[in-house]
Design a binder for this molecule. Structure first.
Ligand code: PMP
Length: 405
């Protein structure tokens, strides 16, 4: 059970007014707010312990290194990876996709090979693969979506050929909220001996994730969407792939020996962590994970599911509303348009009523094109949101509708 009032007190930003009323923050799919513990932990490390990791023998550097590696351990158990060195700290999901598209592409993909993406992908799980295809001459195949915003898995099965080298799909769609059946997607790919990359940017914080049980080959997420700091993220990769993949970036920490003739690379995970990483970000992320675990991911899932059902029923009562993404398996994201009102106007008016939502194509132009629209208004809900905030959203949308009538 979630005590939403107690939880809200943990988030200082939620206490403020933007114009006249206490902020209603419904833009959680873009980024989440930070609990006091994440802010305090980050401040404390800057104030008391800041010192570069891995390279120092002095106490501060040793303390920092130990805390950074503890953060890696926290992530490892959070997603139940088999080994700690399978956790690579990146700057976010985008960097994780770029890393795999580059390194996996360098090693395993050649001209005329094929990779499979889906129509629901965020641009950051499309463009890095296109860059890889430009370099290698490989081709992209796309799993089509149905009108409800689900992936057509029988069409998916038909996309495989002996040239398929990797599948990369999101766990949860950021613009529609669909929870993809990644267990099945992975199972089908593995029947064809093809590895799977899961973009977990919208999946990890809404429900429990066990990478060993899923048997995914890669899983990526961003700190800032999981109540942690910006500029930090995670790439999980199975040891066997990460060991075979060449480095993505060169620099300090990722080497064993350097001469002008030849450089040898460090072991995992450092081979993929060139230069000074966002080590305090990683510690902040670990504070966020501990905070989430205290609430419990199953509790979070159940509470947010209640919010989703409540919001969907309420929003549906607004005349001329169109909801995009009506899968039976959804997280708490509602994308919609009201009558002929431009999504941008709706967003601007809601802002004046102290409600923060996102408008536009949500970096998912292919699925917007499928629906024949430019964009939507997206309300994305978190465990710190309430049913009375949803009531206020619906009331405000009705007012906006009247104003535009
Ligand atoms: N994938 C999905 C599904 C996302 O929602 C986002 C962020 N909107 C990303 C990838 C990219 O995440 P980041 O910008 O944190 O790297």
């Amino acid at each position: 059970m979630i005590d939403v009032n107690a939880i809200r007190n943990d988030f200082p930003l939620l206490q403020q007014k933007i114009y006249n009323r206490q902020l209603v923050y419904f833009d959680n799919a873009a980024t989440t707010q930070k609990p006091q513990t994440v802010i305090d932990t980050t401040n404390e490390y800057y104030q008391k312990y800041n010192s570069n990791i891995h390279r120092g023998v002095h106490s501060l550097s040793e303390k920092m290194t130990e805390s950074y590696e503890n953060a890696r351990r926290t992530v490892k158990s959070f997603i139940n990876a088999q080994h700690q060195h399978e956790i690579i700290f990146t700057s976010g999901t985008t960097e994780a996709v770029n890393l795999v598209a580059f390194s996996f592409g360098e090693k395993f993909i050649k001209k005329d090979d094929e990779i499979i993406l889906s129509q629901l992908e965020h641009h950051s799980n499309i463009v890095p693969w296109q860059l890889m295809c430009e370099r290698t001459g490989a081709k992209i195949k796309v799993i089509p979506a149905t009108y409800t915003g689900d992936l057509d898995l029988s069409a998916y099965e038909r996309l495989f050929s002996e040239k398929t080298k990797i599948v990369s799909v999101n766990h949860v769609s950021n613009s529609l909220g669909t929870i993809n059946d990644i267990e099945k997607i992975i199972q089908i790919a593995h029947c064809h001996n093809v590895p799977v990359f899961i973009d977990g940017a919208q999946g990890i914080h809404h429900q429990p994730v066990d990478v060993q049980k899923l048997d995914c080959d890669f899983y990526a997420f961003s700190g800032h969407k999981i109540y942690g700091p910006t500029g930090i993220g995670v790439l999980y990769g199975k040891e066997k792939w990460l060991n075979e993949m060449p480095p993505y970036k060169g620099g300090g920490d990722m080497i064993k020996t350097v001469t002008f003739e030849k450089t040898t690379y460090n072991d995992l995970p450092f081979k993929f962590e060139a230069g000074t990483t966002n080590f305090i970000g990683a510690i902040g992320l670990s504070a966020a994970i501990k905070y989430i675990e205290k609430i419990g991911r199953q509790n979070i899932f159940e509470y947010e599911d209640m919010l989703l059902k409540y919001a969907t029923e309420k929003i549906k009562t607004i005349p001329d509303i169109r909801i995009y993404g009506t899968s039976e398996n959804k997280i708490s994201v509602i994308s919609f348009l009201v009558g002929k009102i431009h999504h941008f106007d709706t967003g601007m008016m809601l802002d004046k009523m102290d409600i923060a939502v996102r408008t536009g194509n949500h970096c998912t132009q292919p699925i917007m094109k499928f629906y024949g629209i430019e964009g939507t208004v997206r309300a994305s809900l978190s465990f710190y949101n309430t049913t009375s905030e949803i009531d206020y959203l619906v009331e405000s949308l009705l007012k906006i509708k009247q104003l535009f009538a």
